[in-house]
Design a protein around this ligand. Structure first.
Ligand code: AHR
Length: 869
């Protein structure tokens, strides 16, 4: 009895103080500030049942329906009225919760059920969104320029159905979230909270200083809390009452007809983050041709080079007076050797490599350089050493130095060396004189042993994805900052000594040692088709070439480039390709005209596109031509769409192409990534360098949409592909694959991509998800092997038990597999130190029959694959 009284007293105390909920999720306290049952059924005022003031009045033609939920009256809005409460009921910069029941009369448009006015824009929009057609809690930044947080429902509502909505902001987690019918739909970061100080409204929002988003719906039981009020038992009851709990994926698997593009999953490359120079291109010497600008015009401060020993009287300087004839080697390194240099005390120059020279035991390196000397004719020692020069891991000697420039080659082999990159490469002399060096080069073993080739581990990690194509060579790298800094393909072929290199818009010089032919051979090595980006007369700082005679040389440049790739050896550029060592033409289907030309504020793309399109179409009618934005004067075969967004936005837009007109140009999603960051180029060193599990889940959800629509989206590529994780090497925050001088790793997003690329059929199955569990899915079938591939993404922290119904299947085979990638925190990720923290795991899976239950783990990407008839 005593216990009962004290509990009752406690409850009463709590009620007097306001409703306090201990929330399953946030364990935070919440105060019910306003409760509007909206059952008045008549009159122009509404009462706040929570006891505080905050009463409101009906405006415009707001009225009542007598047929609300459970036969009670409810507020009836018909698009021309709302309820005004002349106060900000809560402080929107602190934790809050809003819930309501709504029944839409009409779908479409923005319809805001509850809002609180800021000066020009609502501080909170609890609404139906026009852009997605879904319910959302949407919180804009006060200024319109910063973050906008949206937590969206995963399914679009139907008209004339009551839905329960609950949205919250949790200031501890800096997170917003939305529940629909008691089931968590989405959470999103909200890092710029602000206080809206105007009126509270039921049935409208505010935008550009004006009332907007008038509602066409019935509303009741609006509750507004200060604090996070998530009553899991109540939400569970609502989920049961609304029959929203059971998740069912129904698939038609017997005769799927929608073609799944066999080339959907490919790669995009550009030299950003030292992806090529200092990355895939296996060259180990940084600034080998001395073209990198010297700081403050000081010729003795040559980036990545230093005299050795540092205090031995050796000096170095950049020299532009002794070019190597008939090459593009205009710059060299002049080394003044002091008198006391000898075999016992050699002196010379050291290169730091790309953040170290990778040393492994029993490994052969190919070195080459151009050298000349005055007053010195002795041998040169080439060596890989520890940074302090005390340990030599491999060395060799070359002789025959004279006053004339000569090329030299040599090999160096390590023995029982450790695995280390705390190293440098040195060129040492043993006597007095002056030495000049240029194009100093060092290669480790390369993929397929190609000279001037690619780094083996990076090739392997790509090969494991089985990509079908490579979009090359960019991206912004194609365009350059200025027209003369574009990827001028003519200057990237032939002997590397003839390639001048050029300034890369990503802030470091490109050697172009990895040029057009090397990109194509890379494609050949991994059985990918090139998707060729051609320069179309626009560069990043706004320069463009006026269509007309000025543009003609660039059109010719593109035609020549295509001829270099696919021309027979009796054509001018086909013959050049053969002379460069590759007589066989490469395959080519797609040519992309430009890159992101919507950035060209002059609006010249429409006029630039046409001459490129016409010239290429006339000479190569079979090639498919891609435009980088909508054009009117010609009909491109394909449009290249780019998406860099948060994981939640990517997932929320997974149905983007569901209604894309099937007779319109096909789609290339040429760059996309879940980023969780707004300006990845500004915050390159702050975030990343590779994505978290959260991004991988957003990516996977997005990929379900691309795969479902791959009759339209024929090719797609994540970007950027690579990042050299050293801080000074990065320009972009979130990248698929990370590496340093020695090692590499795939991010969770890499593994998501690999899963999607490796497991799919040739036809997409029709499917439907019922229930409100926010799962993303796509199913496909191999019509050759009668194998089904069901991909399901669960972005939620809770497991989702789901019934899978293969409606028209006769039988299923037992020899199935489940491939599951999952984690425990959204921030889980992979790093160089822990490269396989988040990876897919494969196990046997036998479906119970043509209908079976499966529980998709929290934060997971799952592929179920099994035979089906
Ligand atoms: O992928 C990084 C950059 O993003 C690409 O160079 C450019 O096309 C896009 O803006």
């Amino acid at each position: 009895m005593k216990r009962y009284i004290s509990l009752t007293l406690l409850r009463l105390t709590l009620l007097t103080l306001g409703l306090v909920l201990l929330c399953g999720q946030a364990q935070a306290q919440a105060t019910l500030v306003a409760h509007y049952p909206l059952h008045e059924g008549k009159g122009n005022t509404i009462t706040n049942a929570s006891g505080s003031n905050f009463n409101g009045t009906l405006q415009g033609n707001a009225g009542w329906t007598q047929q609300g939920r459970a036969g009670k009256p409810a507020l009836n809005l018909t698009g021309r009225g709302h309820i005004e409460i002349p106060a900000p009921i809560i402080d929107t910069s602190k934790s809050f919760t809003i819930s309501a029941w709504v029944r839409l009369h009409k779908l479409g448009g923005y319809q805001t059920f509850v809002s609180i006015d800021g000066d020009t824009i609502s501080g909170v929009f609890f609404q139906l969104r026009s852009d997605t057609g879904k319910f959302a809690l949407h919180i804009p930044a006060n200024s319109n320029t910063g973050e906008i947080a949206t937590a969206s429902a995963t399914v679009a509502p139907a008209p004339n159905v009551w839905y329960h909505l609950l949205g919250y902001y949790d200031s501890n987690k800096r997170q917003i979230g939305l529940y629909l019918n008691g089931i968590l739909q989405q959470t999103a970061d909200h890092t710029t909270p602000w206080k809206a100080t105007g009126h509270t409204a039921i049935g409208r929002g505010k935008y550009n200083g004006n009332p907007v988003d008038f509602v066409n719906a019935d509303i009741e039981d609006v509750k507004i809390y200060q604090g996070v009020a998530i009553d899991n038992a109540e939400l569970d009851r609502i989920a049961t009452e609304t029959k929203s709990k059971e998740s069912v994926i129904s698939l038609k698997v017997a005769n799927p007809t929608r073609v799944l593009s066999p080339t959907l999953y490919g790669l995009m490359i550009e030299d950003i983050n030292h992806s090529i120079d200092g990355g895939l291109y296996a060259e180990l010497i940084q600034n080998r041709n001395l073209k990198e600008p010297v700081p403050q015009n000081d010729p003795t401060r040559i980036p990545h080079w230093s005299p050795t020993p540092s205090n031995g009287g050796t000096s170095i300087a950049l020299d532009t007076n002794h070019p190597v004839k008939e090459t593009a080697l205009t710059h060299s390194l002049r080394v003044e050797l002091p008198g006391d240099t000898s075999a016992a005390t050699p002196a010379g120059v050291a290169n730091e490599g790309y953040w170290g020279i990778p040393v492994r035991p029993n490994t052969r390196y190919r070195a080459s350089l151009y050298a000349r000397a005055v007053g010195y004719s002795g041998p040169l020692t080439l060596a890989i050493q520890s940074i302090d020069g005390k340990t030599t891991y491999a060395q060799t000697r070359i002789g025959g130095i004279s006053a004339d420039w000569k090329p030299f080659t040599a090999t160096l082999t390590t023995g029982k060396a450790p695995v280390t990159a705390d190293t440098r490469f040195v060129v040492l002399a043993q006597g007095k004189g002056t030495l000049w060096l240029t194009q100093v080069s060092l290669f480790p073993p390369t993929w397929n042993n190609r000279p001037n080739g690619t780094r083996k581990d990076l090739m392997q990690i790509l090969a494991d994805m089985k990509p079908s194509f490579l979009r090359l060579p960019g991206g912004n790298f194609l365009e350059g900052d200025y027209i003369n800094e574009r990827f001028n393909w003519y200057e990237t072929v032939g002997d590397i000594s003839k390639r001048p290199g050029h300034r890369n818009p990503w802030g470091y010089p490109s050697t172009d040692g990895f040029g057009l032919l090397e990109y194509l051979e890379w494609c050949e090595d991994l059985k990918m088709e090139p998707v060729l980006g051609i320069y179309a007369g626009y560069s990043l700082r706004g320069d463009h070439v006026e269509p007309g005679p000025a543009l003609q040389p660039f059109v010719q440049e593109a035609l020549d480039e295509i001829e270099y790739i696919i021309g027979a050896t009796d054509t001018k550029w086909g013959a050049q390709r053969a002379a460069d060592g590759h007589p066989k033409p490469f395959p080519l289907t797609y040519v992309e005209i430009g890159n992101e030309d919507w950035l060209d504020r002059s609006g010249s793309y429409e006029r630039r596109f046409a001459p490129f399109f016409d010239a290429i179409r006339a000479k190569y009618p079979k090639l498919k031509l891609i435009a980088t934005m909508q054009v009117k004067s010609r009909v491109p075969d394909m449009i290249d769409d780019h998406y860099y967004r948060t994981a939640n936005m990517m997932a929320g837009d997974a149905h983007h192409y569901d209604d894309y007109p099937r007779n319109a140009p096909k789609i290339f999603v040429g760059e996309w990534a879940s980023q969780d960051i707004d300006t990845p180029w500004v915050r390159a060193n702050e975030k990343g360098p590779t994505p978290t599990l959260n991004s991988a889940l957003g990516d996977a959800a997005w990929m379900t949409g691309m795969e479902r629509n791959s009759d339209v989206i024929l090719i797609s590529a994540y970007a950027p592909l690579f990042v050299n994780v050293n801080k000074n090497a990065r320009q972009w925050a979130i990248n698929l694959i990370g590496f340093d001088a020695l090692n590499s790793y795939g991010s969770p997003s890499y593994y998501a991509q690999k899963m999607f690329s490796l497991y799919h059929g040739d036809r997409v199955c029709e499917g439907e998800l019922s229930g409100l569990h926010p799962l993303y899915f796509v199913a496909s079938k191999s019509t050759k092997t009668n194998t089904l591939y069901l991909k399901v993404v669960n972005m939620q922290p809770t497991a989702q038990s789901t019934k899978v119904v293969l409606a028209d299947a006769k039988s299923v085979g037992k020899t199935g597999k489940a491939i599951v990638m999952k984690g425990t925190e959204l921030t889980d990720t992979n790093t160089l130190q822990n490269p396989t923290n988040i990876v897919p795991v494969t196990s046997n899976f036998t479906p119970a029959g043509t209908t079976f239950d499966y529980t998709f783990p929290p934060y997971s990407v799952t592929i179920l694959t099994f035979p089906v008839r």
